[in-house]
Design a protein around this ligand. Sequence first.
Ligand SMILES: Cc1cc2nc3c(=O)[nH]c(=O)nc-3n(C[C@H](O)[C@H](O)[C@H](O)COP(=O)(O)OP(=O)(O)OC[C@H]3O[C@@H](n4cnc5c(N)ncnc54)[C@H](O)[C@@H]3O)c2cc1C
Length: 206
Amino acid sequence: MVSNVNHCQGFEEDESDFINFKGKQVIVLGGGDTAMDCNRTSIRQGAKSVSCVYRRDEENMPGSRREVKNAREEGVQFLFNRQPVEIIGKDKVEGIKVVETVMGAPDENGRRKAEVVEGSEQIIPADAVLVAFGFQASPSPWFDKFGIETDAYGRVIAPKQGKFMYQTTNEKIFAGGDMVRGSDLVVTAIDEGRKAADGIMDYLDI
Ligand SMILES: Cc1cc2nc3c(=O)[nH]c(=O)nc-3n(C[C@H](O)[C@H](O)[C@H](O)COP(=O)(O)OP(=O)(O)OC[C@H]3O[C@@H](n4cnc5c(N)ncnc54)[C@H](O)[C@@H]3O)c2cc1C
């Protein structure tokens, strides 16, 4: 993926690492904004087809309505009420096995659950599958050595309300953004970066 960024910026790149979906049948799994980015990037790279597979119906999809509309306009096909269960293929991806779902009662968060329809398995052919759901923090192995503690989800503990804003459990290290909050927005990361800088100034008493 770094190579894709280098490619867009016109920097030196390693072609062997460049992910290119030109001419490919692409399946994107998920229904959020990240899925919409994957859909539209694949289309713009010249994919033969892009199908967005989502386990709930359109009404219960988290992605912004405008993004979904834009993706449709660019040629993305949406397959709602399909839950992925297996990626098919031996040496390379050949397709994805899905089961159909129907919308059931709301769960504890108020969103209707997708319930599997027995015997509805189906294989959708694909050359590439992009998994665009979920966010997991990836704490660095050296955190332990430097006494940087994380919560149960692997996010760095650096509270705004601490003695110094966004100070971690290592008093000389400050943190903010996604590694502290989990998946969020650019503006909140910038804001926390600035506040962490204020925290550092206070810590240094300058
Ligand atoms: C597909 C996608 C689409 C998104 N779309 C939007 C959007 O439209 N609008 C929006 O507001 N937000 C969007 N977001 C969220 C937004 O990108 C993040 O909230 C934001 O980038 C968080 O900023 P950050 O500085 O905390 O982390 P990051 O942007 O992840 O920056 C962390 C940086 O640290 C570097 N790094 C990691 N480890 C080390 C190390 N050991 N040494 C040195 N450097 C290291 C990483 O390479 C990375 O460059 C999107 C996110 C994704 C994944």
